[in-house]
Design a protein around this ligand. Structure first.
Ligand SMILES: Cc1cc2nc3c(=O)[nH]c(=O)nc-3n(C[C@H](O)[C@H](O)[C@H](O)COP(=O)(O)OP(=O)(O)OC[C@H]3O[C@@H](n4cnc5c(N)ncnc54)[C@H](O)[C@@H]3O)c2cc1C
Length: 150
């Protein structure tokens, strides 16, 4: 197996083709990672989100990262980490950006389902509030593993 670094363009192309990632945030030296669906376009990652721990933590500390991967087998895989800053797309200030995020996410099948299903588990029939947020991507790194027999 050979492992190579991916270029910024390769990282971007991979994130544009991916939809599930792990969002990392932290508060008071405690990391927190949750799976989320996302859409990438150059320098921005858009997410539809429910409120609670992750949103409270990102509001307090906007430095976040997102990791996504494609694992074919133990010696053939790609992994990308994007680091950046959390920005909540609140209304009315970011109405245009929210609509842009919604349009991009709508292209993905049932992008809202996991977020709402998880909330329903915790809140039952109480009103579920939601938001869109953007990660302004400051840097990306990627690793690509290729099987030597390939
Ligand atoms: C495949 C998949 C896709 C998802 N996509 C989205 C999405 O696009 N948007 C979205 O908002 N949510 C999504 N979720 C749910 C997401 O992973 C979180 O569970 C959810 O957003 C709640 O996060 P929170 O910090 O607000 O939870 P809180 O309700 O504040 O969490 C309370 C505690 O529950 C535990 N917990 C919370 N979530 C998880 C988890 N996933 N696994 C294990 N323990 C957990 C933690 O210990 C946390 O401290 C997805 C989940 C899966 C599995």
């Amino acid at each position: 197996m050979v492992i190579n670094e991916m270029s910024k363009d390769e990282c971007g192309a991979f994130l544009a083709s991916a939809s599930l990632g792990r969002l990392g945030c932290s508060l008071d030296n405690q990391p927190y990672v949750v799976p989320i669906y996302f859409v990438y376009e150059p320098d921005s990652i858009y997410v539809f989100s429910t409120f609670w721990q992750k949103t409270e933590w990102m509001r307090a500390n906007p430095k976040v990262c997102l990791q996504a991967d494609e694992i074919t087998n133990q010696s053939q895989w790609r992994s990308v980490i994007a680091s950046g800053r959390y920005q909540e797309l609140s209304q009315p200030q970011y109405t245009a950006e929210r609509e842009h995020a919604r349009t991009l996410l709508e292209e993905r099948f049932r992008w809202w389902q996991n977020a709402f299903a998880e909330r329903q588990l915790r809140l039952g029939n109480h009103l579920i509030t939601s938001l869109f947020f953007r990660i302004h991507v400051d840097s990306m790194t990627g690793l690509l593993a290729i099987s030597e027999s390939a």
